[in-house]
Design a protein around this ligand. Structure first.
Ligand SMILES: C[S@@+](CC[C@H](N)C(=O)[O-])C[C@H]1O[C@@H](n2cnc3c(N)ncnc32)[C@H](O)[C@@H]1O
Length: 180
């Protein structure tokens, strides 16, 4: 299953231009349909867009013909080279707590772990090594992920954050942070 762009994708998309404009290399982590990679590609030299889901990468390669986007299958940074250093990383991660009734293939796009924040934790523990000195991370998550937990993980990994946007949906707020 490829994640169908939703409110979270659109909220993040709105803020890409401001943080991407004029940058050299951008990483779109968990690219899904490629929507955010295409948006970023309009403002930067090159975008590397990765997803753990091979079906998403196949779909993006087939449907998106932009010469400055490279699509790759990767589990977080597993297929990123050590000398690929990004000015901006964009991530709309799976951020919901596990719901055992949800089918496994859609869990891959929605579920961040048992509590919801585990994938963000893994991502942030590796991300610094791939960021330029003044590099930034545009990260989306939900009040259901646990705002205090996300804040704790951010500080623990040596980042600071500013809140860029917040939108109330039926059962949750979705939140965009910029991390430095
Ligand atoms: C909420 S969707 C966002 C998709 C797209 N960026 C958007 O905003 O519409 C999360 C995406 O992260 C991908 N993903 C999940 N675990 C991942 C991992 N460990 N490494 C890379 N991508 C992952 C999923 O396959 C899915 O495409």
């Amino acid at each position: 299953m490829i994640y169908e762009p939703a409110e979270d994708s659109l909220l993040l998309k709105k803020h890409i231009k401001h943080y991407a404009l004029g940058k050299n290399l951008v990483l779109d982590m968990g690219t899904g349909s490629g929507l955010l990679a295409v948006e970023a590609a309009g403002y930067v030299h090159k975008v590397i867009a990765v997803d753990i889901n091979p079906e998403a990468i196949k779909h993006c390669r087939k449907t998106i013909k932009k010469s400055n986007i490279e699509f790759r299958q990767s589990d977080l940074f597993s297929n990123i080279q050590k000398d690929e250093i990004f000015d901006l990383i964009i991530f709309n991660p799976p951020y919901l707590p596990l719901d055992k009734d949800e089918p496994e293939d859609s869990q891959l796009a929605t579920t961040g772990g048992r509590k919801g924040y585990e994938l963000i934790q893994k991502f942030l523990s590796d991300a610094k090594a791939y960021l330029a000195e003044k590099g930034e991370i545009l990260l989306l998550f939900s009040s259901l992920t646990g705002i205090n937990d996300v804040n704790r993980i951010i500080f623990k990994n040596g980042f600071t954050y500013n809140e860029v946007a917040r939108q109330h949906l039926f059962f949750e707020d979705i939140i965009v942070y910029i991390l430095k």
